[in-house]
Design a binder for this molecule. Structure first.
Ligand SMILES: [Zn+2]
Length: 414
């Protein structure tokens, strides 16, 4: 972690500043802390492999003990939570390889780590809507001169959408250490990862950010009132900031992975200090699929909100947020154009024939709306794809990029 991050970090319990305990074991290089112990007025927290761990769950306490006796490698093992020596050895071998892919490290973390469909994340309908809203609101609130935080951001797929909008670089906060570790290495290189608990007060100073978000996780937070109060506190200072909650489930509808959602009226009641507007995800997806501006000036009816399985919440005192926003083209990011892994590829010479194939019936059911933009089949030439990756004109690919048949992915993603 960069020592400048200490300016925005605060103890989640006493609110005090954190400082490196220089009398204990630590490894730091110029302005970065690699391993060590941070102390506030009330307790101590570990920094493991450059990531501050600002909670007191058993793995963190164990990591602290290991650091106390100068064993950073065991502290890392504790945070990654691998139970046997064989599992730990497999993970350590995977991360030591410079060529390891995101997928290989996820596999080394074992089947219990990340179920689901991370491989297809960048083209699923939930991501497309969240990405459009995040870029529109973050660009408006940050104006290129403030910082963003992605809370419960997992392995950083949407933190990546903030990299060219947040200055200084965005903070990614999540309870699961391996996820923020993966984000820093692959998905959102340059982000500042922080490990913390979304059910506790957030370990950041008031007004440290211009934009705070939480995507596809809020329904799993039990302390929702505290969480929204904390998000509002984080953007409280200077120019009006913005709070965004993407894809939170609706208590009034059925969902395959429900969590503890609220109704639209329940979500509205959480916001005491900021005006909030709710959107049904269906209307926002229509904007994205239609290639139109994402229209945050809309007022969805109570019936439409009550019937939509997923909701987006946008809270801000900045009226510019509640407008129609044309898509903001991303600045060139580290990455590469690849064929969407949802397609089976049959190669014949230079020509690739692509056929849409879902990993299983559950995926097809949950993300059915992707059929609105992913065609059943397509053809691509390897030479055109290579030209696109060299930054040259690639006739015919613009439409396939727009429809997510060809996706821009982090390097060494799969
Ligand atoms: Zn404290």
């Amino acid at each position: 972690m960069h020592i400048e991050l200490l300016d925005v970090l605060r103890c989640p319990f006493c609110g005090g500043r954190l400082e490196l305990v220089t009398s204990s074991f630590h490894r730091s290089l110029s302005d970065h802390i690699h391993d060590g112990i941070l102390a506030c007025h009330c307790c101590t927290f570990p920094v493991v492999d450059g990531i501050p761990v600002l909670h007191l769950q058993p793995a963190a306490v164990k990591a602290l003990e290991h650091l106390g006796v100068g064993r950073p490698e065991l502290a890392l093992r504790s945070m990654v939570n691998l139970e046997t020596d064989a599992e730990a050895a497999r993970f350590e071998a995977a991360i030591a390889s410079r060529d390891a892919t995101y997928r290989e490290i996820v596999e080394a973390l074992g089947p219990g780590f990340e179920g689901g469909y991370f491989l297809y994340r960048f083209s699923d309908p939930t991501f497309l809507v969240a990405n459009a809203v995040v870029r529109a609101v973050a660009a408006t609130a940050l104006q290129g001169k403030r910082r963003a935080v992605d809370i419960c951001g997992g392995s950083g797929h949407l933190t990546r959408s903030l990299l060219d909008l947040s200055s200084p670089p965005p903070v990614l906060a999540d309870l699961y250490f391996p996820k923020v570790w993966l984000a820093r290495r692959f998905t959102a290189p340059g982000c500042q990862p922080v490990c913390c608990d979304g059910n506790s007060p957030m370990p950041f100073a008031r007004g440290a950010f211009g934009y705070a978000m939480c995507s596809d996780a809020f329904q799993y937070i039990w302390t929702k009132r505290l969480f929204v109060g904390e998000m509002s506190r984080l953007v409280d200072g200077g120019e009006p900031g913005a709070v965004v909650i993407n894809h939170t489930h609706n208590q009034l509808t059925w969902s395959p992975s429900h969590g503890q959602p609220l109704s639209p009226a329940g979500y509205r009641d959480l916001f005491e200090t900021l005006p909030v507007r709710l959107y049904g995800e269906a209307g926002l997806l229509d904007d994205v699929v239609g290639g139109q501006a994402i229209d945050l000036s809309r007022h969805d009816s109570e019936e439409a909100l009550n019937a939509d399985p997923a909701l987006t919440l946008v809270a801000s005192r900045n009226p510019e947020v509640y407008k129609a926003h044309a898509a903001i083209p991303p600045a060139p990011l580290e990455g590469e154009y690849r064929i969407n892994p949802l397609y089976r590829v049959d190669a014949s010479g230079d020509a690739l024939t692509l056929t849409l194939r879902f990993p299983d019936a559950d995926y097809e059911d949950e993300y059915n709306a992707c059929k609105r933009y992913l065609p059943a089949s397509a053809t691509v030439s390897t030479s055109t794809l290579a030209a696109l990756n060299r930054g040259e004109a690639a006739p015919g690919l613009a439409d396939l990029v727009a429809r997510k048949v060809v996706v821009h992915l982090p390097r060494r993603y799969y």
